[in-house]
Design a protein around this ligand. Structure first.
Ligand SMILES: N[C@@H](CCC(=O)N[C@@H](CS)C(=O)NCC(=O)O)C(=O)O
Length: 249
């Protein structure tokens, strides 16, 4: 396989956050993957949403590609990245299932918690230090809240009671915790793409959610191996974490 040596990767996304480099688990997932693969990249905050309407997206040598998963697969093919090559098809199927739990289920429970049950208060607090005109933030967030509520309803999870949703979200994290067990990484001794995603979701739960969130509590108290995994990934791939936070000074 020919491996691209000469390349530029621009990651388009929202500005850095005050408590985590990004408020989006998909951006953390992607940046961690790029770091794990030792691919250099730059960030651009001018147009955070792709033509598909989501963040992140990238421009690779002038070509636009959207969706963290599609981007990972594209870059893996271009650069011969084989983090999961040692896994059997059966184990890869489990990894795919874990991804669906987190991206297509847990993420929505989390969004309901942040955007709907708490009346976007937490999200407002998160954005407060950023240099966005103060009047603009609540207006945009309220518009996003209504679209988030609608998305969760269409997905299905938004039709359940808050207590039911919180139980489901907690059980999603519990499943990831049970599968991780005492292993160093999700799939054993070597980190794979799934670790980037788990990290994205635990960063979101631990660093961007407030301490009364059930998902903060899940990572901080209930499932200590998730917190150990979070710390390990942060230390390994984000030694510059503090420099990547939005600088309030
Ligand atoms: N499947 C997408 C999901 C990306 C995603 O949902 N991003 C959220 C931010 S965390 C977003 O852009 N939401 C805007 C919207 O849904 O309108 C990926 O993996 O990149």
């Amino acid at each position: 396989m020919s491996v691209e040596a000469d390349y530029t990767i621009v990651v388009h996304t929202l500005d850095r956050g005050p408590t985590a480099p990004s408020g989006s688990p998909y951006v953390i997932k992607l940046e961690t993957f790029l770091r794990m693969a030792k691919l250099k990249y730059e960030l651009d905050f001018k147009k955070p949403f792709s033509k598909k309407g989501k963040t992140p997206w990238i421009t690779y040598n002038g070509q636009d590609i959207a969706d963290s998963q599609i981007i990972q697969e594209f870059l893996s093919q271009k650069h011969g990245i084989v983090f999961s090559a040692h896994l059997t098809p059966e184990v890869r199927a489990v990894a795919r299932g874990m991804r669906a739990i987190l991206e297509d289920h847990f993420y929505y429970s989390f969004c309901l918690d942040q955007w709907v049950y708490n009346d976007v208060k937490n999200v407002l607090n998160y954005f407060a230090p950023l240099p966005i005109p103060k009047l603009f933030v609540p207006l945009v967030l309220r518009k996003w809240k209504s679209s988030m509520k609608q998305s969760c309803k269409s997905q299905g999870i938004g039709r359940h009671t808050q207590a039911e949703v919180e139980k489901m979200g907690r059980e999603d994290l519990q499943s990831v915790s049970v599968f991780l067990g005492e292993k160093t990484y999700m799939m054993g001794d070597k980190p794979t793409e799934l670790d980037c995603l788990v990290f994205g979701m635990t960063v979101m739960s631990f660093y961007t959610a407030p301490s009364h969130s059930p998902y903060y509590k899940a990572v901080a108290e209930d499932f200590p191996n998730l917190k150990r995994h979070l710390d390990r990934m942060k230390e390994e791939y984000w030694p510059d974490w503090d420099d990547c936070l939005y600088n309030k000074a």
